[in-house]
Design a protein around this ligand. Structure first.
Ligand SMILES: [Zn+2]
Length: 135
């Protein structure tokens, strides 16, 4: 059993796992706030989501121990430059991340980001399902 039953809180983010990590969206030191998905945080500045908790599992899928890895961005890599540009232009968070219930601030941020993203050139790929090249 992990310490604290595996439940960590925002104050745990100042651990060696996340210190000294610069956010790819805003360029500031990554400080996160938990989303509703286990182990995922959003940058409190620009909203870019990251997975920060990882586990090693046995052949049955049972967690055997925590893995210590650097944070991993939780969105498609090709979307990150747009989140960065959006933050530079608007200083708003993008509203992404896994939320099971609607949080008004985050929902408003997401609506504004999607509207902005649709107005950018060559962003159709983010809104249409990709079609396979095979018949
Ligand atoms: Zn950020």
């Amino acid at each position: 059993m992990m310490k604290g039953g595996g439940i960590r809180h925002d104050y745990d983010l100042n651990t060696p796992d996340t210190t000294e990590v610069k956010c790819a969206g805003c360029g500031l030191e990554l400080q996160g706030s938990w989303t509703d998905y286990h182990g995922q945080v959003i940058c409190v500045t620009c909203g870019l989501p990251y997975q920060i908790l990882f586990y090693e599992k046995d052949e049955n899928g049972n967690i055997t121990k925590p893995l210590h890895k650097p944070p991993e961005i939780s969105v498609r890599e090709e979307l990150v430059p747009f989140i960065k540009k959006y933050y530079e232009e608007t200083k708003r968070a993008c509203g992404l991340g896994m939320f099971l219930t609607p949080y008004p601030d985050i929902t408003e941020n997401l609506k504004a980001f999607v509207e902005w993203l649709k107005a950018q050139p060559e962003t159709e790929k983010f809104f249409k399902p990709e079609k396979a090249n095979q018949p």
